[in-house]
Design a binder for this molecule. Sequence first.
Ligand SMILES: Cc1cc2nc3c(=O)[nH]c(=O)nc-3n(C[C@H](O)[C@H](O)[C@H](O)COP(=O)(O)OP(=O)(O)OC[C@H]3O[C@@H](n4cnc5c(N)ncnc54)[C@H](O)[C@@H]3O)c2cc1C
Ligand SMILES: *[C@@H]1O[C@H](CO)[C@@H](O)[C@H](O)[C@H]1NC(C)=O
Ligand SMILES: *[C@@H]1O[C@H](CO)[C@@H](O)[C@H](O)[C@H]1NC(C)=O
Ligand SMILES: CC(=O)N[C@H]1CO[C@H](CO)[C@@H](O)[C@@H]1O
Length: 509
Amino acid sequence: MHDLASHSRQNSTTAPVTRPRAFSSRIASLNLDIVVVGGGIGGLAAAHALVNAGHRVRVLERSSKTTKRAGGIRVPPNLSKILLDWGLAGKLSKAAQSCYRSSMFDFQSGEQKGALQFQEALIRETGADFLLVHHSDLHQMMYDLAIGTGATVLFDTAVSSISTPDHTQKVHIELASGEQIQADFVIGADGVNSSVRPFVIETEESRYDTKMSVLTFTVPTEKMRADPELAAILERPSEWPMWMGSSRSLLGYQLRQGSEFCLHLFWPDADIANDDQAPPTDDPSNEGWDVVVSTEGLDLGDAHPSLHRLVKMAPDAIKTKFYRRGEFDDWADPTNRVILLGEAAHPIMPCGMYGTSLAVEDACVLGVLFSRLRNADQLPVLLEAYQELRQGRCAYVAASELKNAALVWLPPGDDREKRNETMKKSLVGQREQWDEGMLRAQWEQIGGVFGYNAREAAETWWVTWGSLRESSQRVQAVYEPLDLKYEVTEDVIVSSSVTHLPSHGVAAA
Ligand SMILES: Cc1cc2nc3c(=O)[nH]c(=O)nc-3n(C[C@H](O)[C@H](O)[C@H](O)COP(=O)(O)OP(=O)(O)OC[C@H]3O[C@@H](n4cnc5c(N)ncnc54)[C@H](O)[C@@H]3O)c2cc1C
Ligand SMILES: *[C@@H]1O[C@H](CO)[C@@H](O)[C@H](O)[C@H]1NC(C)=O
Ligand SMILES: *[C@@H]1O[C@H](CO)[C@@H](O)[C@H](O)[C@H]1NC(C)=O
Ligand SMILES: CC(=O)N[C@H]1CO[C@H](CO)[C@@H](O)[C@@H]1O
């Protein structure tokens, strides 16, 4: 590994003295040349965190710099906290909307069925607000951060393959243009359909068709204000409404200071009329964010008439096919030169609450670990720590996300009756009733998810294991003292269909 060692930073004393809190002031004494494949929010966050940890970073992004189509993102407190730590308070106060409550309505009648109030105490404890922000705005903020710290971002640069030829320590990155570049280390942050992943995982991944897609619409609120029923939805900007249907659901929220309303429609593929321009709904090319369908051919069926009107106010929608994938055994390649991050490592249900949070947390953890780098021999241990710190939490969050989503699209049956009962209590009894039933259990679960501290988890790992492993150079098999708390239990959506929630999932509440 002498090749790597030769990059050892000569001038670490010139590091800036003050840094935002999400970074340790630590600078790695071994300075790597890192390539991040994919300049989404996760890749840019990784670039920012790793430059801050003392490394040189180039981001390769296949699309062009002009903003791509996107909708909104829900930013749970743990992500907003990282963003605040990264100095984005000013930009967020202009671009983001705080959110404290979610109301549930019947998809057909429009009648309110329940409410989920984020208790202030909990929000306070997590230390940051729940925010709603446009994907493009957050992406731009991340880009500015990455560039500002000194990362290089190359657009229109698609990676076609990577390799690690035996005779060199470098990773070779083959671009679609035919050009080849080299790096000491590669981060695959190229999203759900990652082209780096096949290099890291050897076995063919399993992909399960949920037979559902998410349609993301953006409606100018100006149009909604002209319709009294829809205007009423806009009266409470700090609340996101959800409409619960049978094997379908809709949620919406205001963006960009109330000028836009973003909608995510969770919809069965069978009910999406085929657009001539779009690929057939069951085709994997519908995954991702590139397929745009016209709202003309979309029939909302038995939905409340106001929802029909609402959806038609958007000329088109981004259609994202939802495949579930199993967990990947390895996030790092056998040579420990390539690692996966964000959706490339742990795909999650599209348009849920946590996709972006998990990707940025990954970046945060990787930054902390890589600020410890002194010697290339540490890489196997640090990469193992990264996966160990992240994988359990990501799997837990992905499962609970799906469980929560399934709760609002339950088909008729006992589970749905139970849900209705509990939701009714959330409306009638308010506080006293709050302490009972599923919603509270759900909320506690959310609390556990919000309560995660990516940076501290990584720092703790180092204190507990890092220095120890470093001296012994032996990877230990047991990690209990870290107590990651996040475990995927059998009852959390391992079922064969996402449109049905396993009965004990609800009964447990
Ligand atoms: C254009 C776009 C719009 C989105 N809109 C929304 C939204 O409205 N709401 C929501 O909840 N989530 C949205 N998402 C998803 C959300 O960004 C992710 O769930 C989350 O932020 C985790 O991101 P990631 O960085 O891991 O992956 P992604 O956000 O998917 O980013 C991956 C990046 O890698 C690039 N890439 C892929 N393959 C290659 C390659 N071979 N070479 C170079 N670059 C490559 C892609 O162009 C993309 O920019 C969107 C994603 C994208 C890409
Ligand atoms: C339960 O709630 C759903 C969604 O609001 C509704 O369609 C269904 O009729 C409700 N069931 C009963 C028995 O009220
Ligand atoms: C996913 O990647 C494969 C191979 O790189 C490609 O053929 C396919 O079109 C991609 N799918 C999407 C949705 O981009
Ligand atoms: C990364 C980060 O800042 N995480 C926060 C998540 O929430 C916990 C507890 O609620 C905070 O202590 C963390 O700072």
